[in-house]
Design a protein around this ligand. Sequence first.
Ligand code: AMP
Length: 212
Amino acid sequence: MDVVFLGAPGVGKGTQAPRLAHRLGVPAVATGDVLRAALKQGTPRGLEAKAFMDRGDLVPDEVILAIMKERLAEKEAARGSVLDGVVRTIPQAEGLDRMLGELGRSVNWVLSFELPESEIVRRLSGRTTCDVCHTPYTGRAPSTPCDRRDGGSLVRRRDDEPAAVHKRLEVYRQQTAPVLAWYETHGGRVKAIDASGTPDEVFARIGAALGV
Ligand code: AMP
């Protein structure tokens, strides 16, 4: 099963994607995590993406399409994937359709995570993320060890600073929100998910929406 997660930054996609992936037995792919790892390793792709990411802009479609292609070709993704933040423009949605089509697959579900903007800003302003496994936390101080005991400690993302958050929300409204309308007219099965409440409550809604 291939599931696309759509939603503004801070709605909880990064918390829910690994949980759903685990339940479905497929990998979770987050282009943001792939790009941050590339940047940490100092690869040309990471360095190219850095300026876009730091100011909250989208990185160019070609970079994202190349990542999609690599990740979908991996053996562990042969039975599907949970794509978190991987599709943020219409050319990316078209590219994903093409690539899945070549594998004899198509997007099974599009989950649209919905949360008021005031709550998004509140969550992002208190967010820290593990520098090893990228698990996001709300209300935990930087430098705290990650709960997964993987040697990681919590860091504040540069693009969670207020100026970049506002830019990312604007980019979401202008470039990513139309992707939802695109899926609605291109046969994608879209389900709206109320992203308020605890992670367990949101996960229960996802399970009920998909029947898994
Ligand atoms: P995220 O971790 O999903 O919030 O992504 C962090 C940043 O990575 C975004 O603000 C973009 O700069 C970049 N990025 C991640 N995924 C994409 C994508 N599908 N298209 C364009 N830029 C992306």
